[in-house]
Each structure stands twice: as C-alpha cells, then as structure tokens.
Design a protein around this ligand. Structure first.
Ligand SMILES: [Zn+2]
Ligand SMILES: [Zn+2]
Length: 186
C-alpha cells in the first residue's frame, strides 16, 4: 500500500524554483511512536512545503499530534499538542556531507538527505520531529505547587497540616532502623 507520506519528487527536481505542498493526515500508528504519551489512534497532521532548487529540495513545515501525560509535580493528567518542526534538505545521489562531519552538532544543518528512486519518504522525519516536540516533564500550570512530600496531599486543592522541616538526611537511616526495632519489640 502506497503511503501518502511517500512523495514522488521527479517533477520538482526537473523544475528548480517549483514548489509542492504535502498535506497529509495520517494515523499515529503509521509512525510506530512506541510512546505512551501519544495515542496510536490519534491523527498526525502534516504540512510540508517542498521547494526545488538546483542543488536539491528543501522541505519545511510541521507535524502536529495530540499528547497526554502527567504533571511532573502533582501527577494530574496534562495534555497538549506537539508541534514538530520539519526543516530538511534533500539531494539526489550520495549525501553531501561536510569534511568536518566528525563534529556532529555543527554539521547537522548542512547535512543533506539522499533522494532514493525519485521519492522522499517523510515517515521517519515526521516521527523524529513529533517525538522531539512532546514535552518530557510537563506541568499542569507553571506555578503548580505539587504534592506535599510528607503526606502526598495535593497542595493545589488542600492544605495539609504537615510541618515542613528539613531533616538532616543522615538521621534517615537511624529512623528506619528504629522503626524495625519497634516492630520486633511488639
Ligand atoms: Zn501539577
Ligand atoms: Zn502534608
């Protein structure tokens, strides 16, 4: 089955200056995200513009998908839309890599992806862009007070009576030992 994410670019390559819009809505399972934050039934909306030049094709645009996760402080469900950015250069034949390719980070922008069989498959590109855009440790709101470290109460909705004291961590081991001793005495 031909995927809408595989685009034939022969026409574009023949006409430098020509543009082509690639607008695709694909199911998330196509990308095999293997990420619990993205529901595999979600739609991924892809909007890429391809522009032909004498040296190859420039692909720029974005891919959006809904994500769902937990607030890193209070564990409430949080959701949003990941907006992955796509910005890539493709060329026919061997990828033109700079000589100083050893320094990975500086060479990234000048790297060119090869065009194989006059086609570009955007699947992996979209996958990477989306995964980069999903937040690793989101917050339900920027000033989320989180949970009480002692009783676990949600400070956004309750006020617990815990006394916030900073104990010397060296006593923690002794406290644990004391707990065990109490258990054996009973
Ligand atoms: Zn929160
Ligand atoms: Zn508390």
């Amino acid at each position: 089955m031909a995927s809408a994410l595989v685009v034939n670019v022969l026409d574009l390559l023949r006409r430098p200056g020509a543009k082509k819009a690639v607008t695709v809505v694909a199911k998330a399972d196509v990308f095999d995200f293997a990420d619990s934050r993205i529901n595999i039934g979600s739609d991924v909306e892809i909007d890429i513009e391809l522009e032909s030049s004498v040296s190859g094709l420039v692909a720029s645009g974005g891919a959006q998908v809904a994500w769902a996760s937990m607030c890193r402080r209070c564990l409430r469900p949080v959701e949003g839309v990941a907006d992955g950015e796509i910005d890539e250069v493709f060329a026919r034949g061997m990828p033109a890599r700079p000589v100083a390719a050893a320094s990975e980070h500086t060479s990234l922008e000048t790297e060119t992806e090869p065009i194989v069989g006059d086609q570009i498959d955007f699947t992996l590109l979209v996958r990477e862009a989306v995964l980069l855009a999903v937040p690793d440790a989101p917050l339900c709101r920027t000033d989320c007070p989180g949970l009480c470290p002692q009783c676990g109460a949600d400070r956004a909705s309750t006020t617990c009576s815990c006394v916030v004291e900073t104990r010397d961590p060296r006593w923690a081991a002794l406290d644990a030992l004391r707990g065990q001793l109490d258990d054996t005495v009973e």
